[in-house]
Design a protein around this ligand. Sequence first.
Ligand SMILES: O=c1ccn([C@@H]2O[C@H](COP(=O)(O)OP(=O)(O)O[C@H]3O[C@H](CO)[C@@H](O)[C@H](O)[C@H]3O)[C@@H](O)[C@H]2O)c(=O)[nH]1
Ligand SMILES: [Mn+2]
Length: 431
Amino acid sequence: MPVTDQAFVTLGTNDIYCQGALVLGKSLRNHNTSRKLVVLITSQVTDRMRGVLEKVFDEVVQVDILDSADSVHLSLLKRPELGITFTKLQCWTLTHYAKCIYMDADTIVLCNIDELFDRDELSAAPDSGWPDCFNSGVFVFRPSLETFHNLLHHAEQHGSFDGGDQGLLNSFFNNWATADISKHLPFIYNLSISSIYTYTPAFVQFGSDAKVVHFLGTPKPWNCRFNPQSRWIIEDESLSGHQHLSYLALWWEIYVSDVLPLLAEQEESEGSESHQHHIGRIELLMKNENPFAGSQETPLNNPGDELPNNIAEQNILDSKGHDPDIQFASQINQEPVSPDSIQTPEQHSIANRVPGHDLQLLSEITCDPGTKEDNIQIVQLAQSASELSIHEAEEVARGEEERRKWEAGQIDYMGKYSFANIQKKLDRFLQ
Ligand SMILES: O=c1ccn([C@@H]2O[C@H](COP(=O)(O)OP(=O)(O)O[C@H]3O[C@H](CO)[C@@H](O)[C@H](O)[C@H]3O)[C@@H](O)[C@H]2O)c(=O)[nH]1
Ligand SMILES: [Mn+2]
């Protein structure tokens, strides 16, 4: 039976974090939650992204960024870096719900966790860095304007010992560690991926019981590159030594199968006038090399072999669908372009081939969002790519400006296109 006075709540202050919120929302839906889903957003979130959020969440609630613009809480002015995560506190204003569970946009659920609604405020799991503190990425709370104002007052008086909401919430609910053991959520309700490598044996022993994965710290899943063919994360320096790649791959699986179709659908329903809006950017790279030969994609072996079976099985590598003849890179963005403009591999290789290498770096195809077929094509294209990555919308604008300059012969040979940078890029692709 649906429960209407309880909700899962998350926060996305911009389109990039909203992609995380969408994946979380879909993971909750996929595991048949009976509770409402709410996302808090700010005015920075584009209308187009709001449209997509509305397809997944029961409520999309716009809140203010708690920062210098908040005249009532001017003391926060001195700590502008607190603004964004303090925005989270506004979850206490959702007083039309009796009880809620807040979850960061960088979390996903692996199963139904509705039983958490049996707990009371403030229930949370220990932080892996300092277990006498709770992690504020997942917590049970009771919306109340009184609590909200007390929290703001506390922030004005004491600030936050870590500069974010977690420090503030821990000093506000300061008896969490000792008062009531039922408010200590088991760690499996907020498995921070860092604990996988700080205490691997415990992860091997208990990891298969995990219910919520939290991509705490960096990199976030949307900063990673994913190969939908191998269903695996493409590693770079920032990931070296990371042992949680199967969870990152799982995030991307949900993104490709459940979120990408919604993004494409939204483009279709809005038509081409709305192209000033961005939903981030989806960048697809296709290379004609074997996706595994010489790449840093690490199959599930050391220490992936140790990952819980339920996760490992979802990421068995195969090269199904890989076409060695395809050699072009593509990028889907907000530009309206007809399918006719999709360049053939030959055209691409002439325009973009790196001399001496059977590989080209990046070029662009865009799809006309006007018809259903084209949008199906966007999703199919993404699924058949060898690399997906998400970038900030500003980068698109910057990229367009760069392309204009490039075409006008004003090439930044001293900066971005310096020999050292090009070599770095080549090394990344060729190793
Ligand atoms: O630009 C931003 C930054 C954050 N968020 C939201 O705020 C959450 C917290 O930020 P996150 O980047 O996930 O922080 P963590 O890496 O998880 O770091 C820790 O420290 C943060 C600050 O105290 C706490 O908010 C987190 O819960 C805690 O896990 C995100 O998940 C989003 O929901 C945004 O919407 N936009
Ligand atoms: Mn987080």
